[in-house]
Design a protein around this ligand. Sequence first.
Ligand code: AMP
Length: 314
Amino acid sequence: WGPQDMAKRRFVESRFVQLAESFGFREVSTPTFESLELFTAKSGPAIVRELYAFKDQGGRDLALRPEFTASILRFYVSDLRSRPKPLKLYSTGNVFRYEEPQKGRYREFSQVNAEIIGGAPLPSDAEALALGIGTMRAIGLRQVKARIGNIGVVRGLDYYTGMVFEIDSPNLGAEKQVGGGGAYNLAEVFGGERIAQTGFALGLDRLVMSAEAEKTIEPPRRLDAYVVPIGEGAQRKAIEVLTSLRAAGLGADIDLVGRGPSKNLDYANAIGARFAVLLGERELKAGRATVREMATGAQREVALDDLADAVRNV
Ligand code: AMP
């Protein structure tokens, strides 16, 4: 993923993270690989065909995680059982499945995941659904379809115990399912007590595709200022100016190549800086800088003391 793709992925992921935090979910992180047995205990031996399973140098059977739920329930049983209930946990990251790749279906992809452990089933199911659907809304998606049922409609998923749901983004075509989840019972499978669990995962790659289709992605914050020292004598002061802009909380960058002013302006344009701050020796002697608005080319001189405000407010 290049910078433009990552900006889109970050936009979508951060909307989920913000919403999950605002719902009282807290982040956990589990390892990228686990003992293979964790996944066979959850899903049976046939699951191995769908995994990236391997032996490590110590001869242990391991697998790259195909999802988060098993790891989080293992973590719950080993470390988190004494925490106040309900536990509301979320994770984000890459997962791996040995699948036939096609559009929207990859062997390495990313999910955002949430689990509620130890709440009463009905309100916990509602809370999980609210976060799942709320995430779609927070991304700005309008074409959202959720299908809700119970285990009687779903076969082959032994650990599901009650409510199940799937969320679709109809604009995606064949791979339109962006997420799913429900109430399940895994803590017992991993040696813990019987305790209610509800969770879901949304596929980040597909969320991004839907957000692209519905044009909801907001571009990342542009760089406020690109600092251009003109002449040897301006170098040192330019770094001070850069540092003060950064200290003021602005996005600021500086020439690292030693280009001339016009090449530097081309570069400032290419990286999408809002302003170029030109520092010539004459201006610096007067304690001033030239601020150039990149979009219009309009230039004005400001006192260095007012530079941060000029770049922030103009
Ligand atoms: P699951 O864990 O199978 O319920 O999948 C949850 C979501 O992850 C799906 O609805 C998809 O959005 C996404 N997903 C599952 N498998 C893949 C894959 N191979 N490539 C991309 N996204 C996937």
